[in-house]
Design a protein around this ligand. Structure first.
Ligand code: SF4
Ligand code: SF4
Ligand code: FES
Length: 224
């Protein structure tokens, strides 16, 4: 996929976000424009190379309100001139907290023993939203699947995976076809190359981009 910037015209669009007026090239996603202007919106499944059309919008975290209407995901929305955006309304925050609680209900929180401790997006987002990582009003549904060590360069920890898809996306951008994919369905969904022809492992270039892109500690480097 081409980086978002390459598809843009040079026309600049001006919009109001909370108390700030910001501008960005036409065609930019609202999430990207806000982040570039220093306005943080929680997000897990977005990558800077995504256009509004290519965003998967699977994490349901990046909600905002436009012109006082119902919340929408900012990663899928192109900016428009004179847009009035609110990133911090009670409705937006409730949606974001609910999305995080759902993610955490299937996440094994064990930060002390996780390599992502202190650089983890889940820690950052829960802190931003003023909620603890231990918030669990929903049923805990930890899979306890153990560690999958079938990949030649990383270990996969399903209980830390938030199924954001970024590892699969980045692998597909760097190779003719992604070596990684989602396997199974529903509660058993997992990321890996495991459901594909296992000979695909020999084609992995060990670039480690998937590990670097993962926002949690779900992919851990296996020292050579
Ligand atoms: S992925 Fe993040 S929240 Fe989960 S155990 Fe690791 S550091 Fe903690
Ligand atoms: S392994 Fe990491 S990057 Fe891949 S889907 Fe899970 S959380 Fe996302
Ligand atoms: S970043 Fe927009 S839904 Fe995940």
């Amino acid at each position: 996929m081409e980086p978002e910037q390459k598809n843009l015209t040079e026309t600049m669009v001006k919009l109001r976000v909370d108390t700030k007026t910001i501008q960005a090239p036409e065609g930019t996603s609202l999430l990207s424009a806000c982040l570039s202007a220093g306005i943080y919106i929680p997000h897990l499944c977005w990558h800077k190379t995504f256009s509004p059309a290519s965003a998967s919008a699977s994490c349901r975290l990046c909600f905002v309100e436009i012109d006082g209407k119902d919340p929408v995901t900012s990663c899928t929305l192109s900016i428009k001139n004179k847009m009035i955006v609110r990133t911090d309304t009670p409705v937006v925050r409730n949606l974001q907290k609910t999305a995080m609680k759902l993610l955490l209900s299937v996440h094994h929180v064990d930060c002390k023993n996780c390599p992502s401790n202190l650089s983890c997006e889940l820690q950052k987002i829960t802190k931003f939203l003023g909620m603890g990582l231990g918030s669990k009003p929903f049923e805990r549904l930890i899979k306890n699947n153990g560690i999958d060590s079938r990949h030649p360069i990383f270990d996969y920890h399903p209980d830390r995976c938030v199924l954001c898809g970024l590892c699969i996306e980045i692998c597909g951008q760097l190779n003719p076809e992604a070596f990684l994919s989602f396997a199974s369905r529903g509660f058993d969904t997992a990321a890996g190359y495991f459901q594909k022809d296992t000979s695909i492992a020999s084609q992995c270039s060990s670039c480690r981009a998937c590990i670097d892109t993962c926002p949690t500690g779900a992919l851990t480097d296996r020292p050579l």
